[in-house]
Design a protein around this ligand. Sequence first.
Ligand SMILES: Nc1ncnc2c1ncn2[C@@H]1O[C@H](COP(=O)(O)OP(=O)(O)OP(=O)(O)O)[C@@H](O)[C@H]1O
Ligand SMILES: [Mg+2]
Length: 512
Amino acid sequence: MLSRVYSAATIGVDAKIIEVETNMSSGMPKYFLVGLPDRAVSESSDRIEAALTNSDASFPRGRVTVNLAPADLPKEGSAFDLPIAVGLLNVSRQLKTNKLDSTMIVGELALDGKLRPINGVLPVAVEAQKQGFENIIVPADNGPEAAVVEGINVYPFEKLLDVMDWLEDDIGEPLRVDIDEMFSRNGKGEILDFEDVRGQENVKRALEVAAAGGHNAVMVGPPGSGKTMMARRLPTILPPLTLEEALETTKIHSVSGLLPSGEALVTQRPFRSPHHTVSDVALVGGGSIPMPGEISMAHNGVLFLDELPEFKRSALEVMRQPLEDGSVSISRARMSVSYPSRIMLVASMNPSPTGDWYDAADPAGASPAQMQRYLSKISGPMLDRIDLHIEVQKVSYDELSSKSKGESSEQIRERVVEAREAQTKRFLGVNGVYCNAQMNTKTSRKICKLDDSSSKMLKKAITSLGLSARAYDRILKVSRTIADLEHSEDIRPNHVAEAIQYRSLDREGWLG
Ligand SMILES: Nc1ncnc2c1ncn2[C@@H]1O[C@H](COP(=O)(O)OP(=O)(O)OP(=O)(O)O)[C@@H](O)[C@H]1O
Ligand SMILES: [Mg+2]
């Protein structure tokens, strides 16, 4: 007797079909599990035996071999419990069904026969649909997440007995979810809004520019000036996630097990703010069983590095490539996986180790040499990838206590969305470029043409302010974004002038 049940394994943010073959022959009762199972999979037989006995069934008595094919793909985790159990029931004629060929099955079993949720259901459902499966069986808690995928019937069940009933007698209805409703519901609960930020008009403007062009930014200012507060509000002015982006981001959260139970889709741009003690692996991903890091968890959203100079140099180093490529590749002996990491990087820092701006009159303040040393920690490679430097001053008491609200996130977002639409048109057909920040040097010099007066102004700024060479391309790109915010075809001198202001860390003698 041979039975075949279809399941799937996740690799990175994708899934591969796994065939669970079960063979039973007469002979001494013995159980073999082959096909590169890891420890959790090998231990499944104990769970399955208990679950079967607690579901009015029994573990087959005979010589049983379970093969997880293809054999060269490592199998991890507990998602194979359910397909193996179904295979055992089928091969021992305790379960008669003709649905096994058209149904994908995943789920972990508890000893009492209940189904426990697993990680990575979304990629599995996507793959099942792609491979033409009609149905997918998942644990109840994973139901909404799987049902986001259209074109496949999702059957979420509480326990093994329910699965058996459905396979034999078709008892149970497929789950349907309303994706539009998920998007609209999620926007409503939003509590963060730029209207809570008093004053700071220039910082808000700079963040609007950053959001409009997808530019990385660093905020420099003394403690309590509202850097963290404003960074947290950045996702509220970025364009809303498209369904495609939401699926990409949800897949990453799904495989790392961080999708809240019962939650189907990440519909808001993520905001991740790892502590500066974060390990390199936690930041960019990796591990013996590869897992996505913070930079991938922030995919399509914002990665916020608060107190940038406190981060280890190695942490900033390992982020360089992922920032450039928009993805992280992790190689292991048997496979290599890649996680997307298209993010907006926002960092914050104090201007000096004592916290405040340079003040020659303050005896307790840091000396220029101390400040230079402090800033040198982040110079070079990291600053190379940051388009906007935003200086943040403390707001006055009068401003803080004023009752008048600032502009709302929704109003700012409208302008950002319009500026992005211009970019979408511009980069139609350009591979891998969606916004101004993603232009490489060649593209930016072709697209960001300056007229005579703009280019004279830029030349003057570069020489008189002592701006470094790297500042040039950054200024071009940011000028383009500022022009887009103004619906201007051409980059004009006032756009360039504003962009130049956002290069303060490149300026010679900035500290004095
Ligand atoms: N412009 C502002 N409008 C309203 N509240 C503000 C403003 N600036 C600061 N605050 C208040 O001050 C608190 C501290 O701000 P926040 O933590 O963002 O400062 P920070 O610049 O990140 O400081 P640190 O360098 O210490 O991290 C905020 O939670 C907020 O309540
Ligand atoms: Mg802070």
